[in-house]
Ligand binder design. Structure first.
Ligand code: GLP
Length: 260
C-alpha cells in the first residue's frame, strides 16, 4: 500500500480532490465511489470549491455510494443518500439520477443487493473508490469477520459502530439503525483505485492493523493489502500507531491548487 502522512485533514482533502479531478478529466464517463462519514468531508468541500471557482464538472460522471442504513425513511437526514446530497451532490453539476445508492425496502434487500453489484458492473466499474475506516477496522459497513470475498448484502452493525455513529443521531446509539446494506469487500476490491482516508487518534489502531497487520477478516480493511492500487492518507494522529514510519511518505508540500 502507498501510505501518505499529511499535516491536516484539509491537506488530505486537497490531495484527494486532485486524484478525483484527474479521474474526471481522464475518462469520458467516470465512475466515482463515494463514502460518507466525517473523513471525506474536506475532500467534498474542496471539490465543491473547484466546481464553483474553477468550473470542475461532474456532468458526465456517475457515482455509487458504499452503503446505506436500512429502516430509515428515504428522506431522513442521516440516510446516506441525503448525506451525500447535502455534502456534495446538491452543490455540483452531477445529475441526481446519476447518484446511485442502495435505498431499499428491507423486504427486497437480497434482490436489490445483487442488482447493485450488477449496476456497478454495467457502468464499467468504479474508477476511484473513496473509503473511510471504522475504529474496529470496517470498510463500508463490512464489520469484523465479514467475508473478504463478500458482495453487496445486508449486514448487522456492531455495538461499537453504532456507538461511533451515535454522534449523527443526537448522541443516541439506540437511534442508529441496526441493519445496513453495504458493498461487500469483494465488490470494493473491484474498483480500479482505492483511496482510504483516516484522521484522528481514534483511527490509529485500526490504520496500523489494516496496513501493517496480517490479512484477516477480523480487520476488514486489511483486505486492501490485496489491491494493486491502494493509497492510505492519514494525519499524524491516525498515523501514530504505525511502527515503520520510515516506510511511509510524509507529504509536507502539497498545497491547495489555488496556492500553487
Ligand atoms: C461509517 C461508514 C463508513 C465510514 C466509517 C468511518 O460506519 N459506513 O463508510 O468509513 O463510518 O466514519 P468517519 O469517517 O466518520 O470516522
Amino acid at each position: 500500500m502507498e501510505v501518505l502522512i499529511f499535516d491536516t485533514p484539509a491537506t488530505i482533502g486537497c490531495y484527494v480532490a486532485d486524484l478525483i479531478q484527474a479521474v474526471l478529466g481522464r475518462r469520458p464517463e467516470p465512475v466515482l465511489g463515494l463514502a460518507t462519514g466525517s473523513s471525506p468531508g474536506p475532500t467534498y468541500t474542496e471539490l465543491i470549491r473547484r466546481h464553483r471557482d474553477d468550473g470542475l464538472s461532474f456532468a458526465h460522471a456517475r457515482a455509487f455510494s458504499l452503503d446505506e442504513y436500512l429502516g430509515l425513511p428515504a428522506d431522513h437526514e442521516q440516510s446516506y443518500r441525503q448525506t451525500l446530497r447535502r455534502e456534495l451532490i446538491d452543490h455540483v453539476d452531477l445529475p441526481l439520477d446519476r447518484l446511485v445508492t442502495p435505498v431499499v425496502d428491507a423486504l427486497e434487500v437480497p434482490e436489490r443487493a445483487e442488482q447493485y453489484d450488477a449496476a456497478i458492473a454495467a457502468a464499467g466499474g468504479v474508477d476511484l473508490q473513496l473509503l473511510g475506516i471504522g475504529s474496529d477496522g470496517h470498510i463500508g459497513f463490512n464489520e469484523p469477520v465479514s467475508s473478504l470475498g463478500s458482495r453487496t448484502r445486508i449486514k448487522t452493525l456492531t455495538d461499537e459502530t453504532r456507538h461511533d455513529n451515535a454522534r449523527f443521531f443526537g448522541g443516541d446509539a439506540e437511534a442508529v439503525p441496526r441493519h445496513v446494506i453495504t458493498q461487500g469487500i469483494g465488490t470494493i476490491l473491484e474498483a480500479r483505485r482505492l483511496v482510504l482516508i483516516a484522521t484522528g487518534a481514534g483511527k490509529a489502531d485500526a490504520v496500523a492493523a489494516a496496513v501493517e497487520g496480517p490479512l484477516t477478516s477480523m480487520v476488514p480493511a486489511s483486505a486492501l493489502q490485496l489491491h494493486p492500487s491502494t493509497t492510505v492518507l492519514v494525519d499524524p494522529a491516525a498515523a501514530s500507531a504505525l511502527s515503520r514510519r520510515d516506510y511511509y511518505e510524509t507529504v509536507q508540500r502539497h498545497k491547495p491548487s489555488w496556492q500553487r
